[in-house]
Design a protein around this ligand. Sequence first.
Ligand code: NDP
Ligand code: GDR
Length: 371
Amino acid sequence: MFSASAWENYRAIEQPTGCALGFYLGLRYEDGFRLRNGFKKEAADVKRALITGITGQDGAYLAQFLLRKGYEVYGVVRRSSASDVMDAKLRWLGVEKDVRFVDGNLIDLSSLIRVIREVKPDEIYNLAAQSFVKSSWNQPLLTGTVTGLGAATVLEAMRLEAAGARFYQASSSEMYGMAQEPVQTEKTPFYPRSPYAIAKVYAHWMTVNYRESYKLHTTSGILFNHESPLRGLEFVTRKVTHAVAQIKLGVAEKLALGNVHAKRDWGHAKDYVEAMWMMLQQDEADDYLIATGRTTSVEDMCKMAFKYVGLNAEDYVVVDKHFLRPAEVDLLQGNPAKAKVKLGWRAKTSLEDLIEEMVEADLKRVRAQLS
Ligand code: NDP
Ligand code: GDR
């Protein structure tokens, strides 16, 4: 279905030459909102957040969270031929009309300089990445460029144009990789096991370095796996809940998975975006680990999802080596004690409730496709 809403809502901004960038699909400029030298604030005390990766899972939940807090939310979107579905996750949450989209790309420093100069954000959340670990072996240079150098690009644009802003980097538990301690903390050494994780380690240390070198307020959240009905279909939880819905409704027969023995510490994305915001409300920038503290195997997560609809996973799951990875991360389990003490954060959603919500959402989607 074509959605004009995203593009109607697309706030075009001008290059210094005055050449309008918002040229797609007959965009409207909105007087009283956009000024030649930047965006006009709707109220002096309203905070502005700029989110890269706004069209992804976390971007959508974070946008919803910040809008509820009264922020003006700006989202960097990269031009794509799929403009009709670009805002699908924001639409699912009903916030697509409230976000102001700006045109940029993590691999284009000048685009980020322009966006930051015009938006003048108080807080910048760098969520954009090539985030699928398995693809990072197929596209290692792209992953390094976007997921690694992309973070440095945002940091540099912020240093040049908004040095007083606060910056959040989406670091990852994948950085622990071949985990050097059975339960990981902020002090556990990194041992990345994929081009994705290596890129994230670079981005993480650049965030620390900009804090130490330039005294910028740059914070890194080392988040463990977090899921939701908005999770991409390629990630294992969503792949499972979607297949469960299809099997239950008679449109699929089997579910092919890779390493079902891998263990992950899974939480709900809506809980984790709150932690991102809490980190940026601290006077001092720092690094925080965000996790539930509980680890579960892919196999047991699968059993949970099938059981919810009254089926046995053993009857449907097959192992296909196509889904194995060149190097695996066997076990992740985080200790979020520092976040609990310093931020007052804790995970609120159990894995059972998360899987139930995801299966219900996929049942609804599959039923809608069938009707
Ligand atoms: P998603 O894959 O759902 O979203 C990634 C976002 O990045 C999308 O909006 C995508 O845009 C955008 N993006 C990709 N390449 C570029 C580019 N070159 N320029 C601008 N934007 C780009 O990821 P999640 O929401 O799950 O994760 C958010 C961040 O948190 C990521 O950095 C991820 O690596 C990290 N992370 C995620 C965890 C998780 O469990 N979800 C755990 C720890 C860290 P488009 O829609 O155009 O593709
Ligand atoms: P991960 O998430 O690699 O941890 O990265 P994913 O859901 O892809 O894999 C989790 C574990 O499940 C195993 N697995 C399978 N995975 C997928 N995708 N498909 C399968 O069929 C399958 N079978 C078994 C994997 O081998 C792995 O061990 C996610 C991403 O969001 C990253 O961006 C983020 O940084 C980390 O979580 C924390």
